[in-house]
Ligand binder design. Sequence first.
Ligand code: UDP
Ligand code: MG
Length: 365
Amino acid sequence: MPEISRKAAGPYYMARKSIFANCRINGYNTPIINSGERTMSVASVVYLVVPCYNEEAVLPETVKRLADKLRRMMADGKASPASRILFVDDGSRDRTWALIEEYHHADPLVSGLKLTHNRGHQNALLAGLMAARKRADCAVSLDADLQDDIEVLDQFIDRFHEGCDIVYGVRSRRDTDTAFKRVTAQGFYKLMRLLGAEVVSNHADYRLMSRRALDGLSEYHEVNLFLRGIVPTIGYKTATVTYERRERLAGESKYPFRKMLGFALEGITSFSVRPLRLISNLGLLFSAASLLGLLYALISYFCGWTVPGWTAIVCSIWLLGGIQLLCVGILGTYIGKIYSEVKARPRYLIEAFLENPDDSAENNR
Ligand code: UDP
Ligand code: MG
């Protein structure tokens, strides 16, 4: 059981509220807080939020490992007995939801949230985090394939208990990736920073967020969701925990190259307007260059050097045409984003929520 001073206990004050609620409502065997002393021992309600899209191949093993880990954390006093694993079914077309239902009935630690339609990893994650926000002291997001090492969850909780509101899981090495993925991922992080977005290098979506960080996240209403870029702008005290990322346990990646490229573009255009400024600069540069060209053409004309000039004309048409198309494309991407933000459609809709009646948000907030 961790012992901490009250001064350093930021999240504990929130933990206290829900733990007392749990004592009262759930009848859990929760740890006792001696508020008259300078130290107190509490275990936080931890929600592990796992988005799943067609994950029937990996789910049985994932449930087993996560439930085992959460039980060990409860035994060590790192997680309260009210902690849960929340699987979010992102409109899967296989037996993922049927399996989640089965596991929910078999194990009280398993809760399930079913979205009405496939909304993508980021939206599924958000749906799970927003459900956890009303029930937990902190939530950890992780992928269903357990590529992220769950043994470092204790370190996440330790940092949380030390007063950090956001803890980022950072990969120590990328050697389980293909050379291509390694190079493109590193280039992406560099480019994002160059364009002015705050991103944590080699961090995907394996992170812990406290309840108040989740409250902060709930204030972001954007439809073009890129959590890796949003979360660092929430603020509060943060920490990183390094871990080694493994191969997928089973099944195949839901992020083929095409989707990954889309995700990277989404990240860049959601977080930086610098490409737009770049277009204006490019325009200025080419205008200056064409002035020089004009000067050269005039001099040539007056000096009688004029030649048919076919090559020069054709080259400039192609070059300028290409650049113009590129610029219009970039502008279009941003306009498209404005279009979807203005429509403000819901980011996800919930079809079903499986949880024990004692876990419900009304009992915890
Ligand atoms: N995922 C999701 N909706 C999607 C695509 C993926 O919820 O539309 C989930 C998927 O089930 C997994 C996580 O997002 O838990 C990350 O996907 P994956 O492991 O396939 O990505 P990779 O690790 O290969 O980048
Ligand atoms: Mg994966």
